[in-house]
Design a protein around this ligand. Structure first.
Ligand code: DLL
Length: 443
């Protein structure tokens, strides 16, 4: 992580650095307009407002946001495909949806203005990561229904960078083109960034001297500070965390600046709150909880108080970069990723943090949770590095015991550690699937 910022570029100084009071007035005005608009244009929200006895004139201050009802993922599923749209489909120019393979997907529609706003958000994000028109952006986020590929592409286009629209896969070709085209910015999931680093090592490519990457804009899945260090060392770049979700927009809802002290929420468009996921009540300022977002300016599918299920905390401490937006910290996980093992809450990110502290291990792991005779069992499969694996069984056994102890200190439960040979766990081109919870099959 940079101790001294590598740059201080801002794409839209007026919007990103506006005085806090002006930002709050803008947010209130936008919230009032939104509630007024949805009361007329959205059958879903009109109904919700009626049920909760809310009229547009009730929104007098930003605190009145709390009077509005939450929107949850099931509302999106129940209103598949278009019943949450607040504009007729004739005004929609793009439709994205979730890539799940079971059941109906979660749909998100965009008007031309929505696409324009999204493009602007990604332009701001890439600039916040230090990218400019001089850069060659190697974009390995998947193009298609997933918002990552097209989202990053549109933003890179707006800042005038040269974009290579790769998507994930065919790793050796990715590296060849990165080298030949002189890529300076890499956009992909953090797990795929590591797959590319690993492929380079297998192919004997000297990344430092042959590949010119200097910035990575990584997101779409949780990743720890330990993972950041690993990626920065292996790919010789500065890694930035970017957050977003299809329902809200896509990538660019928030992004780190060069100070890497949290992700700046683009809160002139996306108003964040943190709630206690069990009670729905706001948590005290600065405490961790579930991130809830209201989209202030979206036209086709605005969402009020959308429960993201992502867990983080907010800060409004001023940032030396000059942006005045609220920041959220790296996500700790999702409420639905949290494993309850033997009655204890376990986040995969806690396990990743312990594993990645060890140079004996490669950053590839799978968590297997099973239940036998009503007893939960957590198995952590993690790959050894080539060098460590060569040291043989006794060393591996001794190291596993040490890791078992450390894991117990972190998680307060016992786990089974299995160190597997290098390059044996499955790699992913997009979001890594690291948790296999076999208990779900029993439900
Ligand atoms: O992942 C959009 C995106 C694309 C974000 C490219 C960043 C970069 P979904 O597929 O709808 O959209 O998944 C959204 O992914 O609720 C989080 O749980 C997780 N997620 C996204 N970004 C991050 C991040 C895209 N930086 C879900 N850190 C979200 C941790 C993230 N988790």
């Amino acid at each position: 992580m940079a101790t001294k910022p590598s740059h201080n570029l801002v794409w839209n100084n007026k919007a990103e650095c506006m005085p806090v009071e002006e930002r709050r007035s803008l947010q209130l005005k936008r919230l009032q307009d939104l509630v007024a608009r949805l009361s007329v244009q959205s059958p879903f929200y009109r109904n919700q407002f009626k049920k909760h006895g809310i009229k547009p004139e009730d929104i007098k201050t930003l605190d009145d946001l709390r009077r509005l009802p939450f929107t949850v993922k099931d509302d999106l599923r129940d209103n598949y495909p278009y019943d949450l749209f607040a504009t007729p489909v004739k005004d929609v120019v793009r439709i994205h949806c979730s890539s799940g393979t079971t059941g109906k997907p979660v749909v998100s529609g965009y008007t031309a203005n929505d696409i324009d706003m999204w493009t602007e958000m990604v332009a701001r994000s890439l600039t916040s990561a230090g990218a400019t028109y001089r850069d060659v952006v190697h974009n390995s986020y998947g193009y298609g229904l997933f918002t990552g590929g097209l989202g990053a592409d549109m933003g890179a286009r707006r800042i005038g960078a040269a974009t290579v629209p790769m998507s994930g896969g065919v790793n050796n070709r990715q590296l060849m083109l990165m080298e030949d085209f002189g890529a300076t910015v890499l956009t992909c999931t953090p797990s795929y960034a590591l797959v590319l680093a690993e492929t380079a090592a297998q192919m004997g490519i000297d990344i430092k001297n042959r590949i010119k990457l200097r910035v990575g804009v990584f997101g779409a899945e949780p990743w720890t500070e330990e993972m950041r260090v690993e990626i920065e060392e292996k790919l010789h770049l500065e890694a930035y965390d970017i957050f977003g979700m299809g329902e809200i927009m896509g990538p660019g809802v928030s992004i780190e600046c060069a100070y890497h002290n949290g992700l700046h929420m683009q809160d002139d468009n996306f108003l964040p709150e943190i709630i206690n996921p069990d009670t729905g009540e706001p948590v005290p300022p600065g405490e961790q909880g579930e991130l809830v977002i209201t989209t202030l300016t979206k036209e086709a599918m605005p969402l009020i108080r959308y429960r993201t299920r992502d867990i983080t905390r907010l800060t409004d401490e001023p940032c030396p970069c000059g942006r005045t937006s609220v920041r959220h910290f790296k996500l700790a996980g999702r409420t639905d990723d949290m494993l309850i093992i033997k009655g204890v809450n376990v986040f995969p990110s806690q396990i990743e943090a312990v594993l990645l502290r060890h140079s004996e291990l490669a950053p590839q792991y799978v968590l297997l949770v099973e239940r036998n005779n009503n007893l939960d069992r957590l198995e952590i499969q993690v790959e050894a590095t080539e060098e460590f694996y060569k040291l043989g069984e006794d060393n591996i056994r001794m190291f596993s015991e040490k890791l078992h102890y450390e894991m117990q200190q972190m998680l307060y439960i016992s786990s089974k550690i299995i160190i597997v040979p290098p390059l044996t766990l499955q790699r992913s081109e997009g979001k890594a699937k690291r948790v296999i919870d076999k208990r779900k099959e029993l439900l």
